[in-house]
Write a protein that binds this ligand. Structure first.
Ligand code: ADP
Ligand code: ZN
Length: 529
């Protein structure tokens, strides 16, 4: 180790204590900071709350020049800059929300070397004028935050990110650090490739969040289940409730408020003012619940979020992990709670079918959904399954619903055959396709008007499934959909057979299902003081 190395190393520790007020680095922070200060590139995978910001802020302060941080989170730039200024760091930002004279002031500071950190929106960097501006100052490091936005198949793709490989071409001597909380091995490779980071050292922190308890329950009446969950386990706690649509966000927020819980809505359809107010109330008040679409939360740093609830199924495991990761950033016990049912699968498959984009894109979306469904239907430890998805391993954790109340697996081959042959016979004998509800009615032999109208009580499969209840058949169909043994189409969500169905129908392939425990026991977790 040369003398300059140890001087730099001391400088990093010194900045950590003097500027940020922390005693020691966390996890791989130290190695990352050293790599970048030494002029090397880094690709950092660290879960939300892991402490990514320091990984580029410290090199920006230790190396001569200005650290340029590229971030898509324009709405948060002001907050980030304010937070740094409060610590005595000279920070500024350039994005499209600024008045021209504000922008000119920041540009002047940059050129004069009066900044330590400059936040930049990715679309700014594409402007030749911005590149020329950057040429006039000294850049200490390029940090590319939320680097997964470069992934075309990811859930957060931003076209502007594709142009960021130019950073390396134009400023080859400036070290770069790309950071993300969301990455499978495939995404990581894609980031490295697209950002021209092939020589970067990779740093992968553990994705385990041991203080988060993962639970996924069957959905009956989502709003009542949510109320019960909050009242029995998280009364008075801050939390985030995610819903798919703006409409259900509004309804759920109103429902919680009517039942004595302080809850506010957040979605892209609200005016800026209401959104900003609700967000800052969430950050500043104790025990507020935000009911939101996924528009809420990226970059939000509130340490004491005690629960994240999902009333609708996320589209991918990455999304689920990212959203649940907003709970418990302070390390105290927290809950990731979700309800999930047949309609979620039907709805998501339908959305994919009707989505824009080519076949390859839709296939990709289906693969994302499949992984999410596998997590929902697993009889293994949720955490093991989740970490496996990120190519990391874990023993059964003892702190998830499947560990606490193990579900049974049962041989559902006969049930699967019955359900599939109901679909098959309707098609073959009547040329018809129906949705899940009607198939279940046929199986349990329910003579309702629709059955009468189509004379479906005359089918051989009518009443062939009286050994299971309505709700259990819905579970069977949900799991057939999840396993790709049934498909769903069109506006009415009609069920059709798949290639794989034939193996079950005609080759006696075994099908295993998960039997829901009667009720997931509320967790025994100590409440935060
Ligand atoms: P991320 O961007 O990875 O989600 P942040 O950089 O926002 O995470 O850090 C999360 C929280 O952890 C912040 O409150 C931050 O101040 C704190 N933190 C980060 N590094 C350290 C450290 N070495 N010691 C103590 N607290 C830290
Ligand atoms: Zn577990």
């Amino acid at each position: 180790e040369s003398i300059t190395d140890s001087v730099k190393t001391d400088a990093a520790q010194d900045v950590l204590q003097r500027v940020f007020g922390y005693d020691s680095f966390r996890g791989p922070q130290r190695d990352i900071v050293d790599q970048v200060i030494g002029g090397g590139d880094a690709l950092v995978l660290m879960p939300t709350g892991g402490g990514k910001s320091l990984c580029y802020q410290i090199p920006a302060l230790v190396r001569p020049g200005v650290g340029v941080v590229i971030s898509p989170l324009i709405a948060l730039m002001q907050d980030q800059v304010d937070a740094l200024r409060a610590l005595g760091v000279r920070a500024g930002f350039l994005n499209s929300t600024q008045f021209p004279d504000e922008r000119r002031a920041v540009e002047a500071q940059f050129v004069a070397g009066e900044l330590d950190v400059l936040y930049l929106a990715p679309e700014r960097l594409r402007l030749e004028s911005t590149a020329q501006l950057l040429d006039r100052g000294t850049i200490s490091v390029f940090a590319i935050d939320e680097a997964h936005c470069v992934s075309q198949w990811g859930h957060d793709f931003r076209p502007d990110y594709l142009a960021l490989s130019m950073v390396h071409e134009r400023w080859p001597d400036v070290p770069r650090i790309a950071l993300t909380a969301t990455a499978t091995e495939a995404t990581r490779r894609e980031i490295a490739e697209r950002l021209d980071l092939t020589k970067a050292k990779h740093f992968v922190a553990s994705f385990d969040r041991p203080n988060i308890q993962y639970r996924i329950e069957g959905k009956n009446r989502a709003d009542q289940q949510l109320l019960q969950f909050i009242n029995s386990e998280h009364a008075g706690d801050a939390g985030i409730v995610y819903c798919l649509s703006r409409n259900s966000v509004e309804k759920t927020a109103a429902f919680l408020s009517a039942n004595g819980i302080t809850a506010v809505p957040y979605h892209a359809g609200l005016d800026n003012r209401t959104r900003a107010t609700n967000q800052s109330r969430f950050l500043r008040e104790d025990g507020l619940v935000v009911v939101a679409t996924i528009a809420f939360g990226m970059g939000i740093d509130k340490p004491d979020v005690r629960f994240v609830a999902h009333l609708d199924l996320p589209k991918s495991v990455e999304g689920y992990y990212q959203e649940t990761g907003r709970a418990g950033r302070d390390g105290l016990p927290s809950t990731a709670w979700m309800v999930y049912g047949l309609n979620d699968v039907v709805q998501q498959r339908k959305m994919i079918e009707s989505s824009d984009g080519d076949l390859a894109h839709r296939r990709q979306l289906n693969l994302h959904l499949d992984a999410m469904l596998a997590l929902c239907e697993t009889v293994q430890c949720r955490r093991t399954q989740l970490l496996n998805y990120f190519s990391q391993s874990s023993r059964p954790c003892g702190n998830c619903d499947t560990c606490l109340t193990p579900p049974e697996a049962w041989d559902g081959t006969v049930a699967a055959q019955k359900a599939l042959s109901a679909v098959l016979r309707l098609k073959r004998e009547r040329g018809q396709s129906f949705g899940a509800g009607h198939i279940v009615d046929i199986l349990i032999g329910k003579r309702n008007p629709k059955v009468e109208q189509h004379a479906h009580h005359e089918l051989k499969v009518f009443g062939a499934g009286t050994e299971l209840r309505d709700i259990e058949w819905r579970g069977v169909i949900r799991q057939l959909l999840a396993q790709g043994l049934l498909a769903v189409h069109g506006d009415y969500g009609v069920l059709t057979l798949t290639e794989a169905s034939n193996k079950v129908l005609f080759e006696k392939q075994q099908v295993m299902f998960r039997r829901e425990p009667e009720r997931t026991k509320p967790a025994r977790t100590p409440k935060a003081a």
